[in-house]
Design a protein around this ligand. Structure first.
Ligand SMILES: [Zn+2]
Length: 80
């Protein structure tokens, strides 16, 4: 499954200007999955739940393992 990457213009303290920030998002878009489940007559729920279980096994404590500790946004210029 492809990773969701979001982009947004945010103010970077290190660059001291507005730069493109990239979010390597791991959050689940519930609405998207719901729509997919409806369109596939529930078939989507099988890989979806498999993914949820897999995620639960591979990342038991989300948000504590990262080193940067930010909100997940990375500056596109300096990488902060
Ligand atoms: Zn920056």
């Amino acid at each position: 499954m492809a990773k969701k990457i979001e982009q947004q213009i945010k103010f970077c303290k290190k660059c001291n200007k507005n730069t493109i920030h990239i979010k390597n998002g791991e959050e689940i878009k519930w609405l998207m999955h719901l729509v997919l489940a409806i369109f596939t007559a529930g078939m989507w729920l099988i890989p979806f739940f498999a993914m949820l279980i897999w995620k639960g096994l591979t990342s038991p404590i989300p948000g504590t393992g990262g080193g940067s500790g930010g909100s997940g946004w990375i500056c596109g210029e300096c990488g902060e």
